[in-house]
Design a binder for this molecule. Structure first.
Ligand code: ADP
Ligand code: MG
Length: 456
């Protein structure tokens, strides 16, 4: 044990010597963020192991290797290879210099540097971002970026229509990295803000300051990059900012309403840079995700809406998350104003869709099949044909289910009208759909929509 502590003390003393020499060579924020919380733990067989508090620090501290290596070699007296290891407990502890401070360091300021992030909204985080089929890829990409910023996916390019959660996810990345490492320097802004900042810097002859600001970050988040289109000098400036950050392995995240190759008047070299990392899209939320978003928004605001009301809203509001949230707020507010309880009936009335469930018993099978064909845009010969193409399975099974449940046709007859299929195939299809109507909200939605279409 004695030996262990002796080594530890030697390492700490050597680390203090190293820090002592590094400190005057780099900026105070850099020193505090990357070096102060780190720790030299062993030097053995030509390998020096330095523990760092997070993988984010691990990535960034490597930029200082050209300074660190010669100093370390001088202090330990020999050629060494440096290896960084993540030790999350360091994030909680005081750095060794706090304990071994011999007066050379000014440690009067708080150990956590003040936040240097610009423009981040703490309201948007990963915990309140609802994940579903429409956005799970983007969510996974955001997580990967948070784990290893600047390494795997640089830039991360998130695109999708309005109100689907691009800005939310972008702030969430920033907030997560800030939480991991409060000293991290982040800029979040729209591309318009970048452009105005740039133009203003030219006007006031402060372009150097502008460049220093945008090129010294550890994470750059530019929202709605599509607005850079047609702005030649801003595109040029952004190109250089982008390159410099990328060379330093600094993570860049961009959002846009469309993929880079569809942005008009975007320089080809920028488009190709944007495509060089990871591109993910977010789509409008499916039924399940819509319900989950409504649930999350109610929880955030402390509203206890019955689940059935949420389902009703999600059925009618098939657009993006922003519209969904807007409708929810509107409904709750008008019910509050009129002092009405939140019942499914009241919600339905406000949604203006008080249609009863359509009954199809009077329909003949031809109308059902052609209704389904129309809904899925497929031909009669396809739905009744022998092909087992994937896209035809669902429409066929929905047809089987509706013909059985609503038109009350026997299995054999359904087999005949669907192109001579065996009655066991029909039984199987009907069962599958019956099961799906219990747990698959997308199927429930499809059925409602098709029935509504058939009843008009
Ligand atoms: P975009 O930037 O794609 O136009 P936003 O990120 O501004 O969309 O999202 C619009 C609103 O919808 C915000 O209030 C946001 O919190 C909410 N929202 C979008 N997607 C989700 C989601 N998956 N989970 C929770 N809220 C979401
Ligand atoms: Mg946005």
């Amino acid at each position: 044990m004695d030996n262990f502590y002796t080594i530890l003390m030697v390492m700490e003393k050597q680390w203090v010597k190293i820090l002592d020499q590094i400190k005057p060579m780099i900026s105070v924020p850099n020193y505090r963020t990357w070096f102060a919380p780190s720790k030299l733990v062993s030097v053995e067989s030509g390998v020096a192991i330095i523990n760092v508090p997070s993988s984010f620090v691990q990535t960034n501290i490597t930029r200082f290797l050209p300074i660190l290596e010669p100093i370390l070699e001088k202090v330990v007296g020999g050629e060494v290879q440096i290896s960084f290891k993540v030790d999350p407990s360091l994030a909680l502890k005081k750095s060794p210099i706090d304990e071994l401070n011999d007066g050379q360091f000014d440690l009067s300021s708080p150990p956590t540097p003040p936040s240097q992030s610009l423009g981040l909204n703490p309201k948007y985080n990963l915990a309140n971002f609802v994940v579903g089929l429409s956005n799970n890829l983007a969510y996974a990409a955001a997580q990967a970026v948070i784990q290893n910023p600047g390494v795997s996916y640089n830039p991360l390019f998130v695109y999708g229509g309005t109100g689907v959660g691009k800005t939310h996810l972008m702030h969430a990345i920033g907030n997560a990295l800030l939480k991991k490492d409060p000293g991290v320097k982040i800029i979040y802004c729209s591309s318009e803000r970048f452009m105005n900042d740039f133009i203003e810097s030219i006007r006031s002859k402060q372009t150097n300051e502008f460049r220093r600001k945008y090129r010294s970050v550890n994470l750059l988040l530019i929202d709605d990059i599509q607005f850079i289109s047609g702005r030649d000098s801003t595109q040029e400036e952004f190109f250089h900012t982008f390159n410099e950050l990328q060379t330093k392995n600094t993570q860049i995240v961009l959002t846009s309403d469309r993929p880079p190759n569809e942005i008009q008047k975007l320089e080809a070299r920028l488009a190709s840079r944007f495509q060089g990392g990871l591109m993910v899209d977010i789509q409008t939320p499916d039924f399940d995700t819509r319900v989950a978003i409504l649930r999350a928004k109610c929880q955030e605001r402390g509203w206890g809406l019955p689940e059935e009301s949420l389902l009703l809203i999600a059925q009618v509001m098939t657009g993006n998350a922003r519209e969904l949230e807007g409708k929810l707020i509107q409904i709750v507010q008008s019910l509050q104003l009129s002092h009405l309880p939140v019942t499914p009936e009241a919600v339905q009335r406000l949604l203006g869709q008080a249609k009863p469930q359509p009954q199809l018993t009077k329909l003949d099978h031809k109308k059902v099949i052609s209704g389904i064909n129309q809904y899925f845009n497929i031909k009669m010969s396809e739905i009744t044909g022998p092909r087992r193409k994937k896209g035809l399975v669902l429409p066929r099974q929905l047809a089987m289910y509706l013909l059985y449940e609503e038109c009350k046709l026997p299995y054999e007859r359904i087999g005949e009208v669907l192109g001579g299929r065996d009655h066991t195939t029909i039984m199987h299809g009907v069962e599958k759909m019956r099961e799906a109507t219990q747990r698959d909200r997308e199927v429930q939605r499809l059925l409602i929509e098709i029935k509504q279409q058939l009843s008009t």
